[in-house]
Design a protein around this ligand. Structure first.
Ligand SMILES: Cc1ncc(C[n+]2csc(CCOP(=O)(O)OP(=O)(O)O)c2C)c(N)n1
Ligand SMILES: [Mg+2]
Length: 429
């Protein structure tokens, strides 16, 4: 009897330990340089491949059985083959030849973003970054081309959702300050008050960083109208995800944008980043009309689709559409079709909403190895590209060091930056 009483707690402790071990998130890095080859398959990569498997609690309740069978390959084929209203894209691409040197510059930007994101993921998993963390891996070709087409001297700005570290970096925020922001440090780009989802870098034209899905979309046509109202020449880029286009805020904003655009008063370039999922919900599970770009048509907004995994394809379009919007004052929309090759967020550890095979297939289309291969074909030496990767890694490491050594925000900052100054704006003329 006594033995029984002694044994029971021991058995209980063993059971708890076994259960904990079984449910523990293995510290397999994802989206990181440790498994993400930055060069095409078959060539020397920065490191080897490792599987990933993460998912949020919300996603965990989505059973595979309830997910429609459509593979993302079918989706891509259907999407890319269905006519986008502007058929000149391929023609345009044929006429835009980027010289290898310019493309090396884009390679550098994309690698810097990827390695920065890898570093953020690692820090999150070490518990050094709190809150949420959504990285941009796989989508670099879109942000790099379109943000690169902005002309800050003309007052161009970008307004985006929450997958935005890349947007801040591409618009000139220093990686040290962006990383410090994620760490919640006083040296962060918004003094540690925003975190991953609320970056803001006004000097570079980056006006947020918003965590409420779809909530940020109306800001763009409003700001764009404001620009023309003041007689200014700028263009607003409005980034939105496939998961946000079903939100009422999108439809109200698109309606007003189309309407104001009729009189040249809404220079907004919508950039719909269709990465095929909103958290664990595929496009098919979110809407019956899956050709997302067409949703703009209902509001009189012209649009076109672009391969968001290929920086040469995004570059071929970006500058022209930016200038078209500037000239006409009318909104225009891009559907950048791509894939989130990493889990939704850093806490997304199960990914039950999509298969490993699907993710693996899309990783084959990773925009960075794709560009790497194109550059090698153009005669750029591997040594040079390797040096770029090494430099980018050093920059990311330095950003981490800076963030770790930075002080927490000063207590006196607690009540500052709460309200904006009330500024009256005069109309033009
Ligand atoms: C109003 C609102 N509803 C739900 C959420 C939870 N949520 C966070 S991200 C997300 C998916 C958004 O998907 P998408 O717009 O495609 O962006 P992506 O994550 O693919 O970049 C959802 C539903 C939220 N943040 N805000
Ligand atoms: Mg999405």
């Amino acid at each position: 009897m006594l033995l029984q009483y002694l044994l029971l707690p021991v058995v209980f402790i063993i059971l708890v330990k076994v259960a904990r071990r079984a449910t523990r998130v293995k510290s397999v890095p994802y989206g990181t340089i440790s498994h993400m080859s930055l060069v095409p398959h078959g060539e020397a990569s920065v490191s080897g491949a490792a599987p990933h498997s993460f998912g949020t609690i919300e996603e965990a309740v989505v059973s595979r059985a309830s997910v429609p069978d459509t593979s993302t390959d079918d989706r891509q084929a259907a999407e890319m083959d269905s006519p986008s209203p502007v058929d000149s894209q391929t023609e345009r691409q044929a006429h835009v030849a980027y010289d290898a040197e310019a493309l090396v510059g884009y390679y550098q930007k994309m690698v810097e973003i990827r390695l920065f994101e890898d570093a953020t993921t690692k820090a999150f998993r070490q518990g050094k970054i709190g809150g949420y963390l959504h990285v941009y891996s796989g989508q670099e070709a879109t942000g790099t081309a379109f943000l690169g087409a902005m002309k800050p001297e003309k007052g161009d700005v970008a307004i985006a959702a929450y997958r935005i570290h890349a947007h801040a970096l591409l618009l000139g925020a220093h990686p040290n300050n962006v990383m410090a922001e994620l760490y919640g440090k006083g040296t962060g780009i918004v003094k540690g008050k925003g975190g991953s989802m609320h970056l803001f870098h006004a000097e570079g034209g980056m006006l947020g960083g918003y965590g409420i899905v779809g909530g940020h979309i109306p800001l763009a046509p409003g700001y764009a109208y404001g620009l023309r109202y003041q007689g200014k020449d700028g263009v607003v880029q409005s980034y939105l995800g496939d998961g946000s286009i079903h939100n009422g805020a999108f439809h109200e904003a698109a309606n007003l944008a189309g309407l104001w655009g009729k009189s040249g008063m809404c220079p907004t370039l919508f950039i719909l980043e269709n990465n095929q999922y909103g958290m664990g919900t595929s496009v098919e599970r979110a809407t019956a009309m899956t050709e997302l770009g067409r949703k703009f048509e209902s509001y009189g907004i012209e649009w076109e689709r672009v391969d968001g995994m290929d920086v040469q394809a995004t570059l071929a379009v970006a500058e022209q559409v930016q200038e078209r919007v500037r000239e006409t004052g009318k909104p225009y929309a891009i559907e950048a079709f791509g894939y989130r090759i990493v889990p939704h967020g850093a806490a997304d550890f199960l990914e039950q909403y999509r298969s490993k095979e699907e993710v693996a297939k899309w990783r084959e289309k990773d925009p960075i190895p794709l560009l790497h291969g194109q550059l090698i074909e153009m005669g750029i030496a591997e040594d040079r590209l390797e040096a770029i990767r090494a430099e980018a890694k050093a920059k990311a490491d330095e950003a981490v060091k800076f963030a770790e050594e930075s002080p927490d925000p000063d207590l006196s900052e607690l009540l500052t930056d709460v309200y904006a100054d009330d500024t009256y704006v005069e109309p033009a003329g």
